[in-house]
Design a protein around this ligand. Structure first.
Ligand SMILES: Nc1ccn([C@H]2C[C@H](O)[C@@H](COP(=O)(O)OP(=O)(O)OP(=O)(O)O)O2)c(=O)n1
Ligand SMILES: Nc1nc2c(ncn2[C@@H]2O[C@H](COP(=O)(O)OP(=O)(O)O)[C@@H](O)[C@H]2O)c(=O)[nH]1
Length: 226
């Protein structure tokens, strides 16, 4: 059997991590692990780490490294048989070091999107709070305005997505992501994509992954699409 594939997707809020992760999972058959969704699931299930995480998220703070690693590492260890794509983790160098201690990454996709584009997208991002599903009123609107496609529940605009909040979030992202980006650059596994449109970035990511994903995965993809 060929080697399993391990990838991470990084980028500031609104850069398209969730949108692109879904396309990668669909096209290449990788398991998509969204750290934000996983945190929300743990909060909903009232796990010990979920209770800790909730206290930070309520204050709109990032969850500390030790809580995030306690949540994510066991989840990844359950996935040793699968190829996966990790979205939203690691965010800090400490998280990257913890990840490094349990696996070798093949590819890190780094999304580099202009600030004005991020502001514009997040201004129109609507979220289904309990699942974390996101919509954009122009790019991928819900079937019925203001309602989640799956549950029919109301969508909300998160405080954090307001342009005023975004500038601070982005500055914070840049500070904590820089050493992580430098680490992956030094390992020669960082691939940076810069554009204002996901639809223009996607073909380049798809080409990259087609050259990297092991044969077993590509065969599985062909089998499921023909
Ligand atoms: N490594 C991580 C991943 C997540 N979280 C917490 C804080 C986030 O606010 C929340 C939700 O994470 P998401 O990645 O879903 O969403 P965000 O709104 O933070 O980011 P984005 O706008 O990039 O989707 O989980 C965290 O503290 N540390
Ligand atoms: N207009 C526009 N919106 C996009 C594009 N790509 C993603 N979006 C929307 O922008 C928002 C942020 O994307 P998301 O995938 O949630 O980014 P994340 O925060 O990095 O996970 C969502 O509302 C997406 O639907 C794009 O190319 N153009």
């Amino acid at each position: 059997m060929s080697k399993l594939f391990r990838a991470v997707i990084m980028g500031p809020p609104g850069s398209g991590k969730g949108t692109i992760s879904e396309r990668i999972a669909h096209s290449f058959g990788l398991k998509h692990i969204s750290s934000g969704d996983f945190v929300r699931e743990n909060i909903a299930a009232n796990t010990e780490a979920g209770v800790l995480a909730k206290a930070y998220m309520k204050k709109r703070l990032l969850v500390p490294d030790h809580v995030m690693t306690r949540l994510l590492l066991p989840r990844l260890e359950e996935m040793t048989k699968y190829s996966w794509l990790l979205d939203g983790f690691p965010r800090t160098l400490a998280q990257a070091d913890a990840l490094n201690s349990i696996c070798d990454l093949d590819v890190v996709i780094n999304l580099n999107i202009p600030l004005e584009t991020l502001k514009e997208r997040l201004r129109h991002r609507w979220t289904h709070p309990s699942s974390g599903r996101v919509y954009n009123m122009y790019f991928n609107p819900p079937r019925i305005q203001g309602l989640d496609d799956i549950t029919g529940e109301p969508l909300i605009q998160q405080e954090d997505d307001r342009p005023e909040a975004l500038v601070a979030r982005l500055r914070h992202y840049k500070d904590i992501a820089k050493p992580v980006i430098d680490l992956y650059k030094a390992k020669s596994i960082l691939y940076t994509f810069s554009d204002t449109e996901t639809d223009r970035i996607w073909p380049n990511i798809s080409t990259l992954l087609s050259t990297k994903i092991p044969i077993v995965q590509s065969d599985a993809r062909c089998a499921s699409t023909h």
